[in-house]
Design a protein around this ligand. Structure first.
Ligand SMILES: O[C@H]1[C@H](O)[C@@H](O)[C@H](O)[C@@H](O)[C@@H]1O
Ligand SMILES: [Fe+2]
Ligand SMILES: [Fe+2]
Length: 300
């Protein structure tokens, strides 16, 4: 049974999806009940413990850190532009996302649709505006790349980092970058690499993954504000928004983005320990919100 569902034809055959849901649910049952991979009652310090993470997570980061080179990142962006697009609604995308497992995540015990709803519900409980609730609801939909033709998990999920200059030791499991050929490159291995000081994140290439993919999908097809786009684009950029790395590449515009991403992050991360959500009960409320910012179907 596949750990992730990949449909090479990238169609949305419903029987494949429902088989996949069954497979994934049974896999989840085994991963989470029998292996006790997750610590259910942890406080905030228990999240994102990569040093003590299971092999699945450590192997994921080793592979990602070795394979995300500048050359790969340029090609990924070309491929993104030339890809075949699919049409579906945001809610359909959420249901499809629920057939996938994120191998990078040491904390997410429930499925992806519950993670989206838990994030949105935590934002809603705090009385935050509609647009931010919707942002929470959709922020990980870029993981659909796993179905729409990614190379693997390593070019979709996990934290992001800058490529084209020296890898920061503020990244998780930084020793694994030794296996990335860019670490030996005479330019890419220097502090600034291919960048100018304070050039701004718009001019910097972050490792390719679900943040950047969804940012491009959403920016022209929704009426979400700039802050929402920053939350989506940089939510996995933990070395920057949590650890303060790469400040020598940032400009003034990035300060506003940083404020937005920091406001968003606790809802994304710590809601993973919240109560379960009832998908069908919450559906009408969130479909109403989605309709405020998106047309009925969009191109993915
Ligand atoms: O493992 C997680 C992943 O589940 C998230 O979706 C991503 O945003 C994080 O940065 C990553 O580390
Ligand atoms: Fe994410
Ligand atoms: Fe998330």
């Amino acid at each position: 049974m596949p750990a992730i569902v990949k449909n090479p034809n990238a169609g949305l055959e419903l029987d494949i999806i429902s088989d996949a849901v069954d497979d994934v649910n049974s896999l989840r049952g085994r991963m989470w009940d029998d292996e006790s991979e997750f610590d259910t009652a942890k406080d905030k310090t228990g999240f994102r413990d990569y040093e003590n993470a299971c092999d699945r997570v450590k192997n994921f980061y080793k592979e990602q850190h070795e394979k995300q080179t500048v050359a790969f990142n340029i090609q990924a962006r070309v491929d993104f532009k030339n890809r075949v697009k699919r049409r579906m609604s945001v809610w359909e995308a959420m249901e499809l996302l629920d057939t996938l497992i994120d191998e990078s995540d040491p904390d997410c015990q429930l499925g992806q649709i519950e993670h989206l709803l838990q994030t949105a519900e935590a934002i809603r409980r705090d009385g935050k505006p509609d647009w931010m609730q919707v942002t929470g609801l959709i922020h990980d939909l870029g993981k659909l790349m796993l179905i729409f033709g990614s190379e693997g998990q390593w070019d979709v999920v996990g934290d992001t980092f800058v490529v084209g200059c020296a890898f920061s030791d503020k990244n998780v499991l930084p020793s694994t970058f030794a296996g990335n050929s860019d670490s030996q490159d005479p330019v890419y291995s220097t502090k600034y690499g291919i960048y100018k000081p304070q050039c701004g994140l718009d001019n910097v290439m972050l490792s390719w993954g679900h943040d950047e993919w969804l940012y491009h999908v959403v920016k022209d097809q929704s009426t979400l504000p700039t802050e929402a786009l920053a939350m989506i684009r940089y939510h996995s950029f933990y070395p920057w928004h949590r650890e303060g790395a790469y400040s020598y590449l940032c400009n003034e515009k990035d300060e506003a983005a940083l404020t937005a991403v920091r406001a968003f992050n606790p809802y994304d991360l710590y809601s993973k320990g919240d109560e379960r959500c009832d998908v069908q009960t919450l559906r009408p409320y969130y479909e109403g919100l989605i309709a405020k910012f998106f047309p009925s179907t969009i191109e993915w």
